[in-house]
Ligand binder design. Structure first.
Ligand code: FES
Length: 199
């Protein structure tokens, strides 16, 4: 299934295990929130405060409500036509990501560099394998991060490449926490300019 062809107005999120079924797809609220809430009852409903479809298509940031995402769950969001994973990590997953000899990694990066300070429980990464672009499957593989079904690359709970042909970690899109329960994908936090110092 080509997820990129899904109607952008639905701002789709989905679970990650094929084969896809109706319940594999959750719809983030745009105009369709009420219509899909009941159908998606088996899954947490993730609402989005995103602007309208036309604005999304033009590349506007997308807000994602984190409240309904349970620990251990991964949801998928589309931003600028790209699939993005938003993962609510459990304490064990965070510990596994942190208890790693960074120097031993193929693409060395500490977990702290892959999450926002004070928000280690949420990981936001592009959902495209860095080998040839397949969609990795969540909670799979020896590190229970992601496993790519195409050629066997495996990623840990920080989205770092740990084995297989993928050369680098799952990239991180620009995003910022606008509150403890909401992220804005497509926008980085603005850094206040430093005050001028007297000569
Ligand atoms: S596309 Fe993922 S391992 Fe090849």
């Amino acid at each position: 299934m080509n997820l990129d062809r899904l109607e952008p107005a639905l701002a789709t999120i989905a679970t990650s295990s094929p084969p896809a079924t109706r319940r594999d797809f959750l719809l983030i609220a745009t105009g369709a929130a009420g219509a899909v809430g009941a159908a998606a009852a088996a899954w947490p409903f993730v609402s989005s405060l995103a602007p309208d479809a036309e604005t999304i298509a033009a590349g506007a940031p997308v807000d994602v409500d984190l409240g309904p995402i349970a620990a251990g769950q991964i949801v998928k969001v589309f931003w600028r036509g790209k699939l993005i994973f938003v993962r609510h990590r459990t304490e064990a997953e965070i510990k596994a990501a942190q208890d790693v000899n960074v120097a031993s990694l193929p693409d060395p990066q500490p977990d702290s560099a892959r999450v926002k300070q004070g928000h280690a429980n949420f990981l936001v990464v592009y959902g495209s394998c860095t080998h040839l672009g397949c969609v990795p499957l969540g909670n799979e593989g020896p590190y229970k991060g992601w496993a790519c079904p195409c050629h066997g690359s495996v990623f840990d709970t920080s989205g770092r490449i740990r084995g297989g042909p993928a050369p680098i970690n799952l990239p991180i899109p620009p995003y910022t926490f606008v509150s403890d329960t909401k992220v804005r994908i497509g926008e980085e936090a603005k850094v206040a300019p430093k005050a001028a110092t007297a000569a």
